[in-house]
Design a protein around this ligand. Sequence first.
Ligand code: GLN
Length: 196
Amino acid sequence: MVKIGVLALQGAVREHVNCLAAPETEIVVVKKVEQLADLDGLVLPGGESTTMRRLIDRYGFFEPLKQFAEANKPIFGTCAGLILMAEEIVGYPEGHLAVMKMKVQRNAFGRQRESFETDLHVTGVGEDIRAVFIRAPLIVEVGTDVEVLSKYGDEIVAARQGNFLACSFHPELTDDHRFHQFFVKMVKETKQSLNK
Ligand code: GLN
């Protein structure tokens, strides 16, 4: 049995919960810091990263989230969640949780393409993953230990660094649950390897 939380300060929480449904998996809507303690994995949803950061600070989540990452527990950030995970954000003095070696640019697609959908190849996940982009960030640089999982044209839109997974788009807004199920598998594998 694994326990996966969805940080519920802002964004499409219910949709993530639905996508994570799997055998031997309990999903928790995380509203209080104490709930992080017995989680095996965590999803950081989309929304608005500066607002989310304000709420993280207001409710005392910042240090506990950093510790969660330092414990090397799996984290999956989508859209604004990806921004929270990046070490560097173009135009900002510092990152937020800064747990992945990558540089991101917020709202990178410009006005004409604020929102759009497309099918993407995501390594290890699928050939035709439906991707919904909404004022999406782009990954403009990755460190050597970051694996690029997907590109839209030349632009990096999904990546993994060890137990940390992030994408620019919103897999929770489609009926295709493969990306979330990939994360569930990561969480189960991590828990198994810790118990060995
Ligand atoms: N543009 C938002 C930000 O910078 C992210 C958009 C999203 O999560 N859909 O935080």
